[in-house]
Design a protein around this ligand. Sequence first.
Ligand code: NAG
Ligand code: NAG
Ligand code: NAG
Ligand code: NAG
Ligand code: NAG
Length: 360
Amino acid sequence: MAHQLSFQLLLPLLLLLTETCVVDMATGSSWTARLGMNRRSLMSHEDDTLLPPEFVTYFYTQTLDHFNYKPESYTTFQQRYIMNSKYWGGANTSSPIFVYTGQESDITQVVSFAGFVVELASRFNGLLIYIEHRYYGDSMPFGSENEAFQNATTLGFFSSTQALADYAQLIIDLKRNLSAENCPIIALGGSYGGMLASWFRLKYPHIAFGALASSAPILYFDDITPQNGYHVIVSNDFRDTSESCYDTIKQSWSEIDKVAAESNGLLKLSQIFTTCQPFNYSREVRDNIEIRYIAAAQFDNPPDNPVSKVCNAIDGAPPGTDILGRVVAGFNASFGDVPCHHVHDFEPSNKDGWTWQVNI
Ligand SMILES: *[C@@H]1O[C@H](CO)[C@@H](O)[C@H](O)[C@H]1NC(C)=O
Ligand SMILES: *[C@@H]1O[C@H](CO)[C@@H](O)[C@H](O)[C@H]1NC(C)=O
Ligand SMILES: *[C@@H]1O[C@H](CO)[C@@H](O)[C@H](O)[C@H]1NC(C)=O
Ligand SMILES: *[C@@H]1O[C@H](CO)[C@@H](O)[C@H](O)[C@H]1NC(C)=O
Ligand SMILES: *[C@@H]1O[C@H](CO)[C@@H](O)[C@H](O)[C@H]1NC(C)=O
């Protein structure tokens, strides 16, 4: 299933990896901030209905604030989790419980692409639990997204530390309900969810017997890894695939800037790249092209192999095609066959959970 999803569905994961590294030279805002809108539009509550029947949705009455004794700390909210007991050996056999520590997305999205955890459950007769991260999807404190994102008072409860404590409380309660106290908990997650899984094991070793952090940049923080580390890897992906493709892309930026500086240059670039909406400022052009390369590298899975696809288009353009023509061919290849290309609006949103989490 996973490989059939377009990278756009997975784009939320991408945001994590750009969080600490890419600062927009022009505005000083981070990439993640400007990608916020895009991520939100990917969240769809209708996805629930697409899940196979063995994935059952529950809501748990969760504590708002795990770290204070103020009256408002005892406020609760409904936290969504999804359980699949199809493979479970049962409490009496001490079969494992795999807990997916939900990340920056609607939990139903995770369920629909994380096929590997189902394989694990089937192999080890495990119970599968996917817990939604607070302030995402249907797990909104204060009753609604509008209320939850109101101001610093309501957003102050939105942290990974609180999220980990949510997982701890829910898991303990669920184990009790299932009389499954003897079943080992294995925390699992990908990307930010993987960071959470590893942190969960570190902070709650009495609850998690083990953790699996997949594609999780657990040390990707300022002053630990090189600031441009993410982009160096993206560039190397292209270079390893095709040196000429890498060179063409490298040379294209000054070509793009040259056209952008002309009168009506932005309009011209919108036409060259066949965007559905006109570009409004030159940074938007670069950002929109860059995000295609980034996404291709981050989700460079078979059978699509998007990096090869883009490079084949760039290298395979008819002889004599100029640099811009070549990157247009690559840009097209990254979208597939569509009449025009929907570009991202990189304006930051003050209602975006991920923006809040990475800029705090
Ligand atoms: C599990 O063990 C308990 C206690 O021995 C027993 O009462 C219960 O019926 C068992 N459950 C199953 C599903 O075998
Ligand atoms: C946030 O909004 C709530 C509800 O309107 C209000 O009671 C609270 O004082 C506000 N907090 C801040 C910091 O503005
Ligand atoms: C455990 O059972 C209680 C009582 O039915 C219920 O209120 C609670 O939500 C359950 N816990 C979980 C994690 O589902
Ligand atoms: C790119 O795609 C657009 C929109 O489908 C199309 O009009 C244009 O001819 C394509 N250009 C190249 C070089 O493939
Ligand atoms: C340019 O601005 C218009 C109006 O705000 C907007 O609809 C359009 O999406 C913007 N273009 C891009 C590429 O974001």
